[in-house]
Write a protein that binds this ligand. Structure first.
Ligand code: B16
Ligand code: MG
Length: 222
């Protein structure tokens, strides 16, 4: 059958790929809604509205940069100390919301695709900006499906810098050129390419320039 996605999937796992690196939020799990609830609560406390559309700008962005975008939206400013306190407050709320997180938050096909890759001998790593990534993986019961976990605690340069993915490839003991990255943010696709890796966009081509293949979710690759 002439199924273009199936043909691309076969081309993707053509034997040259030895490692797969996954972004977390937006690829494996939908935590954006919890981030949104916590940022909205902070905005309300500061006396302005923060919409879901505004929240789109925070996806894949570091915690501190997210706060700066939120302050831009509300036309507010803070000094460094105030920013640190506000980011900590938001994180405490976010972690509180995560306590309700369960396997239902996994995006379609996440667990199955990770399992399938590992059965096929492909190593897996997480490459996320989130400092809460280990907690989220634990809550979802998918920690054992990763050979390496690189998160916001281990990197100093945010995507589109390739640091997070290069470190992932290094931890997997693989050359970057033998790795593929799954990402839902434009900065993440750019980071993968800058690191010399193949890049698969989870989302629409117009939002994720530079990927070699676009999928709605990992379910498409099963
Ligand atoms: P935290 P990803 C990112 O995760 C989120 O998309 C982004 O909204 C968040 O600000 C960032 O992690 C930092 O998260 O506050 O938990 O350290 O897409 O890189 O997996
Ligand atoms: Mg993401």
């Amino acid at each position: 059958m002439n199924d273009p996605l199936r043909m691309k999937r076969n081309k993707l796992l053509d034997g040259t790929i030895l490692g797969a690196l996954f972004d977390l939020d937006g690829v494996l799990v939908d935590t954006a809604k919890y981030h949104y609830l916590a940022w909205k609560r902070l905005a309300e406390e500061l006396g302005f509205c923060f919409t879901e559309a505004d929240n789109e700008r925070l996806k894949g962005v570091s915690r501190l940069r997210s706060l700066e975008i939120l302050l831009e939206v509300g036309h507010r400013s803070m000094n460094g100390e105030e920013k640190a306190a506000a980011a900590e407050k938001k994180n405490a709320w976010y972690v509180e919301y995560l306590s309700t997180l369960d396997t239902g938050a996994l995006l379609p096909g996440s667990r199955e695709y990770l399992e399938q890759l590992r059965l096929g001998g492909i190593k897996t790593a997480l490459g996320s900006a989130s400092k809460n990534a280990p907690l989220i993986l634990e809550r979802l019961g998918i920690t054992p499906l990763f050979d390496a976990v690189i998160d916001g605690n281990l990197v100093s340069r945010a995507k589109p810098d390739p640091e997070v993915f290069l470190l992932g490839a290094e931890k997997l003991a693989l050359p970057p050129g033998s790795c593929v990255v799954f990402e839902d943010s434009a900065a993440g696709i750019e980071a993968a390419r800058a690191g010399g890796m193949r890049a698969i966009g989870v989302g629409r081509p117009e939002n994720l320039p530079g990927a070699e293949l676009y999928i709605n979710s990992l379910q498409d690759l099963l």
